[in-house]
Design a protein around this ligand. Structure first.
Ligand code: NOJ
Ligand code: CA
Length: 557
């Protein structure tokens, strides 16, 4: 693996709407990010990915962009953005933007022009397709947020394609003019001094241009759009050109959100000369998914969490680095997702953190993760903002689930859990805003907040800070970043334990992913305890005893 500038760094995702509001309108803003750069620097963050802050009607919270080169007024101005980039640079920090290349907003001028002239040049920027001879839609694909991927253009016989919401028309990557517009836009941002991008839903840009249907996979007569995405080949031609015309010019860090692609081609995608620098490891987030929707997910156990992580690590060994996460803005809070509710405490939160930092790859934190923010109890369906959540609630009702139970289920998985405002202190609204927050604040801000944790050396925050420092440590950093992976105790239930063999140092994680004591036979000499979420580690010449959810990182001979 070639060494890259970002390998030893730590990244942090900001969801701007919910991070820090400086003007009391209830919505986070760019000045709010600038204000907190020192906070992030203290934590040890080097790279900040900002979810979309572009001009948008916010149907899908900014993932519906109406001007790629504009700043949404609720977030501030282009001057604020320039200042943010400059202030980050001063602190030796890097900004990544969210690149949404699969679709734009129906309010984007390209789409407006397309609608105004369905035979004109802009119509070919989209997938605008005649109805079938029998009068039906071009295909039976189901969109990510529910319902068909096709919406009829009123007063015509034509439909346009949208893999996500109907307000997010998919752009047509077969069109070289569209591609060039995207490249110009990317280069314009790169010239402004950003360091790279997170690539949204990038696997979707290649479409089956025959728009073929598949056998339905639910009673609605539709089929997941994944069937189409998986059936087409040739996306690599686009990805290669994209990299050549843009990212390669600044040695950008590009992090792909890429869920379905030919995994045999992993090296071509994220190897030394891959189309992207790295790819998000979303394997734990999707391990419970069933074909039916959120109401029908499979339970997560410590053993399958471990298995999924190990498989994911092995898949990329010798090829490159994945970008590892516990949570993001599309997920429930990790500590509520992966830890049974009754076990969710500071020990188990720190245990998850230790596992994350010991994994080979680039760690990404999501805002609030560093203080152990948890899922929010939403009392009614109307308290949710997210369109995906509303759709999944309906899917559950349609499957015959009682409303009360359906509410519980969507609460468990709702993306809004990750989107509630950041909890800065124990004052009103968790210190996020002096106004009315755009989305409910988790009432537990009184006990889970940044201010309290900053002065508590045993806080989850302090634990993350230590882990980050350790990953950059002169003596041990190399093992964290480049060390070889070797699991042990794979035959023991609920134990996540593996070595990272560095050039000079070998480090070992021992994590007890359960609410009971574990005795492990262990005869190697422990040199140093680098991290421990308990005061002590009970070790003898023949074994170690781990407390419930104890996680230690030690160096060994
Ligand atoms: C993935 C993003 O993370 C998600 O928030 C969004 O809804 C879809 N892509 C569509 O852009
Ligand atoms: Ca604001």
């Amino acid at each position: 693996m070639k060494k890259q500038w970002w390998h030893g760094k730590v990244a942090y995702q900001i969801y701007p709407k919910s991070f820090n509001d400086t003007n009391g309108d209830g919505v986070g803003d760019l000045r709010g990010i600038i204000e907190k750069l020192d906070y992030l620097k203290d934590l040890g963050i080097d790279i900040v990915w900002i979810s979309p802050m572009f001009t948008s009607p916010f149907v899908d919270q900014g993932y519906d962009i109406s001007d790629y080169q504009g700043i949404a007024p609720i977030f501030g101005t282009m001057e604020d953005m320039d200042e943010l980039i400059a202030e980050a640079k001063k602190r030796d920090m890097h900004i990544l933007l969210d690149l949404v290349l699969n679709h734009c907003s129906d309010e984007h001028e390209w789409f407006q022009k397309a609608l105004a002239d369905l035979e004109g040049e802009y119509a070919d920027y989209f997938h605008i397709v005649d109805k079938k001879e029998d009068g039906s839609m071009p295909s039976n694909w189901r969109s990510t947020f529910g319902g068909p991927t096709w919406t009829k253009i009123p007063g015509t016989n034509k439909y346009y394609l949208h893999i996500f919401a109907k307000e997010q028309p998919d752009v047509n990557w077969e069109n070289p003019k569209l591609r060039q517009e995207m490249y110009d836009m990317i280069n314009w941002w790169q010239d402004k001094g950003i360091s790279g991008f997170r690539l949204d839903a990038i696997a979707n840009i290649k479409k089956d241009m025959e728009y073929k249907s598949f056998p339905a996979d639910r009673e609605d007569g539709l089929v997941s759009k994944f069937r189409m995405v998986e059936s087409v080949s040739g996306i690599e031609v686009f990805l290669k050109e994209l990299k050549e015309k843009t990212f390669s010019q600044i040695d950008a860090l590009t992090v792909a959100e890429l869920s379905s692609f030919d995994r045999a081609k992993l090296e071509e995608y994220v190897g030394d000369d891959g189309y992207f620098s790295t790819i998000f490891d979303l394997s734990t987030d999707s391990m419970e998914v069933s074909g039916n929707g959120w109401y029908d997910r499979n339970p997560i156990t410590a053993n399958n969490y471990r298995q999924v992580i190990y498989d994911s690590i092995r898949e990329i060994e010798g090829i490159g680095m994945k970008a590892n996460i516990i949570e993001n803005h599309d997920e429930p809070r990790g500590v509520s997702h992966y830890i049974p509710e009754e076990d969710c405490n500071d020990y188990s939160k720190k245990m998850l953190a230790a596992i994350l930092f010991m994994r080979p790859g680039l760690p990404f934190l999501f805002q609030g993760q560093e203080i152990g923010m948890e899922n929010t109890p939403f009392e009614t369906i109307d308290e949710f903002d997210d369109l995906f959540t509303h759709n999944e609630y309906q899917v559950a009702l349609d499957a015959g689930i009682e409303p009360e139970q359906a509410l519980k289920l969507v609460n468990k998985y709702s993306r809004d859990n990750g989107r509630t405002p950041m909890q800065w202190n124990n004052q009103a609204n968790g210190g996020f805003t002096t106004g009315t927050p755009w989305l409910k604040v988790n009432p537990n801000y009184a006990t889970i907040n940044v201010e309290d944790q900053l002065t508590d050396e045993n806080s989850v925050w302090a634990f993350y800070q230590k882990l980050i420092a350790l990953r950059k440590d002169e003596t041990y950093g190399e093992a964290f970043v480049y060390g070889g992976f070797e699991p042990i105790f794979e035959d023991q239930d609920n134990i996540v334990a593996f070595y990272r063999h560095g050039e000079d140092k070998t480090i070992l994680l021992l994590a007890n992913f359960q609410n009971s004591v574990a005795e492990l036979p262990f005869t190697k000499k422990i040199d140093d305890i680098l991290i421990n979420n308990y005061e002590e580690l009970a070790a003898t010449a023949t074994g170690v005893t781990l407390q419930p959810h104890q996680a230690v990182i030690v160096s060994v001979d």
